[in-house]
Design a protein around this ligand. Structure first.
Ligand code: XUL
Ligand code: CO
Length: 437
């Protein structure tokens, strides 16, 4: 059998004393943390687009990542060979899941019929590879942004035939995701936004986007697909104003259009930071409203203002992520998808292993650190104590909704002593986190 990564064996857990750069020092899939295996907490996925279709091109330069298995064409043969590459890579890495867009795995044809036939041919091979390796599909999605027809958007295009094309494409992507046992289905807007207010009817565009999602949900129900729908916020890139700006904007949209029961959020780190938020903020905001479904794991660059999609290696970041995920009891049907790419200067296939091994280890460390913080309880106790004036007396009545402004007025006017403010102790808490890192 051909092997595409002959220099790599199955990546093993070797513990913290290991000096082998292609071994896990922290990620030990079967190790139990707070009653669950690391594999269960983390549910890692490899993304097809960056890992197997990334070329290293940027707005100033041509592709740099010349893969030995790739013949440089967008042929079906090449796509079928890539399935072998992908499943060898994922098996050696030891991840349970992968994710794809329809057009990552199979070439777009001259007509929708031809594109669908290509997708069916690759899906048959994906299904066989899933069966023989045990690797599963975390989520599928449709690429509604690369083809020139989607220049003005897909579901929010001013052209109804483009909306119709996108709908037909999503119908097929949903059916293939269902056929492959996908556990979720993602909507990332791509170009669902606008560049110029003068030519845009925002109300109609938002109405159309909502209609689109309802149609997708109706179709999913009709074919028996029970996977979770996920909406992925991103504030800009490629369009200037995107309707799915951040978790708050997405939630407002879902509530406004009656989609809260069927759609959760897929939160991505570099999208959070592009929106001017931290990842922890976005996760917490989604989680407290019961809609944190899955995460796209990556990171941006402090000095660059665009979506660099780097692999996450920052232990503070992964610790913060795991604190939120553990608080809500894990990701359920969601997972940790590495929506990340190697730099265009990292030109060897083996760099794909270094990148994923590092990301998985950073998350495993974050998980262990978050578990230690939770077990100690100091942080939790501090936060609980900080709000303790709401646990009894007037605070309790405020939370219960049983006082009016008149009563607050009387209470303040008649009180002889009010509770004094206490320190937020930010520096002490930052030092405390350093104790566990
Ligand atoms: C783009 C992005 C997408 C989605 C899936 O920034 O994150 O790859 O995750 O369409
Ligand atoms: Co993403």
């Amino acid at each position: 059998m051909t092997t595409y990564f002959p220099e790599v064996d199955k990546i093993q857990f070797e513990g913290t004393s290991s000096r082998n750069p292609l071994a896990f020092r922290h990620y030990n899939a079967s190790e139990i943390v707070e009653g669950r295996t690391m594999n269960d907490w983390l549910r890692f996925a490899v993304c097809y687009w960056h890992t197997f279709r990334g070329t290293g091109s940027d707005p100033f330069g041509a592709p740099t990542l010349m893969r030995p298995w790739d013949d440089g064409t967008d042929s079906l043969d090449n796509a079928l060979r890539r399935v072998d590459v992908a499943f060898e890579f994922m098996t050696k890495l030891g991840v349970p899941y992968y994710c794809f867009h329809d057009r990552d795995v199979a070439p777009e044809g001259a007509t929708l019929r031809e594109s669908n036939a290509n997708l069916d041919a690759v899906a048959r091979k994906l299904k066989e590879a899933q069966r023989s390796t045990g690797i599963k599909l975390l989520w599928g999605t449709a690429n509604l942004f690369s083809h020139p027809r989607y220049m003005h958007g897909a579901a929010t295009s001013p052209n109804a035939d483009v909306f119709a094309y996108a709908g037909a494409q999503v119908k097929k992507a949903l059916e293939v995701t269902y056929e492959l046992g996908g556990e979720n289905y993602v909507f990332w807007g791509g170009r669902e936004g606008y560049m110029c207010s003068y030519n845009t009817d925002m109300k109609r565009e938002l109405d159309h986007l909502a209609r689109f999602m309802h149609m997708a949900h109706e179709h999913a129900k009709s074919i028996g697909f029970k996977g979770q729908f996920l909406f992925e916020p991103k504030p800009k890139e490629p369009t200037k104003h995107q309707y799915d700006f951040d978790a708050a904007a997405c939630l407002n949209f879902l509530r406004q259009y009656g989609l809260m029961d069927v759609v959760k959020l897929n939160i991505e780190t570099n999208h959070a930071t592009l929106a001017g938020h931290s990842m922890m903020h976005e996760l917490e905001y989604a989680s407290i409203q019961g809609v944190l479904g899955s995460i796209d794991a990556n990171t941006g660059d402090l000095l660059l203002g665009w979506d660099t999609d780097q692999f996450p290696t920052d232990i503070y970041l992964t610790t913060q992520i795991m604190l939120v995920l553990m608080k809500q009891g894990g990701l359920h049907s969601g997972g940790t998808n590495f929506d990340a790419k190697v730099r265009r200067e990292s030109i060897d296939p083996i760099d794909l292993f270094h990148a994923h091994v590092g990301g998985m280890d950073a998350f495993a460390r974050g998980l262990k650190i978050a578990a230690a913080i939770r077990a100690d309880g100091v942080l939790n106790d501090f936060v609980r104590q900080r709000y303790s004036t709401y646990d009894n007396g007037m605070g309790r009545r405020i939370e219960a909704g049983s006082v009016s402004l008149n009563e607050l007025d009387t209470y303040i006017q008649e009180s002889t002593s009010l509770t004094a403010n206490t320190s937020g102790r930010q520096e002490m808490l930052e030092n405390l986190i350093n104790r566990y890192i």
